[in-house]
Design a protein around this ligand. Structure first.
Ligand code: PNS
Length: 171
């Protein structure tokens, strides 16, 4: 709880930013930072998806997120397996924040948002991505890095270093 102007306490406003984050990009960081300005507490949760192969382990993805979110004291990093709405209920988080890059994101995100609302009354806030990052996706970053392309402007330095080590052409 945080103190209110009237001297009582207000409910802490919590939000969840879920995703694969394989790896986190500057586009994700933009959304996380803006969510951190809107809510008292923001949890960034890495989804553990056993059926999808990933470049980085869940622990590595979490570690990179911990490093890049250090400047936001109200952001914490976690992992989850299962339904995102169950995570929200268990942690008393009423809102999911999702970045929308383009209209092409909208159909699927709307479907998930409506399903999550129907399943558990969890709302989703869509945040338009900074146009600077509207083309940015973790999958593209991995592919470009794999062939030695320059992704320095797309990911933070700690992620760039790990990407080159893990996926660069000489590996
Ligand atoms: O970064 P991504 O891969 O686009 O993130 C997708 C993610 C993890 C947010 C989404 O797949 C999700 O919420 N998965 C958790 C499982 C779940 O709740 N599925 C039902 C959604 S209606």
């Amino acid at each position: 709880m945080k103190p209110s102007a009237e001297g009582g306490t207000d409910q802490v406003r919590r939000a969840l930013c879920p995703g694969s984050f394989d790896p986190v990009t500057n586009g994700h960081i933009d959304i996380i930072g803006r969510a951190a300005n809107l809510y008292d507490e923001v949890t960034v949760a890495v989804f553990v998806n056993q059926s999808k192969s990933s470049l980085f382990s869940v622990d590595e993805r979490k570690a990179m997120l911990v490093e890049v979110s250090a400047e936001y004291p109200n952001v914490q990093i976690d992992t989850f397996e299962g339904l995102v709405v169950d995570y929200c209920r268990e942690h008393d988080i009423p809102v999911i924040v999702k970045g929308l890059r383009a209209v092409s994101d909208f159909d699927y995100e709307l479907q998930m948002a409506q399903m999550n609302r129907g399943l558990a009354g969890i709302d989703t806030l869509f945040m338009p991505t900074n146009p600077e990052y509207s083309f940015l996706a973790s999958s593209l970053v991995k592919e470009i890095a794999k062939w030695g392309g320059d992704v320095a402007s797309l990911v933070p330095p700690n992620v760039l270093k790990r990407l080159i080590e893990r996926a660069g052409p000489s590996t």
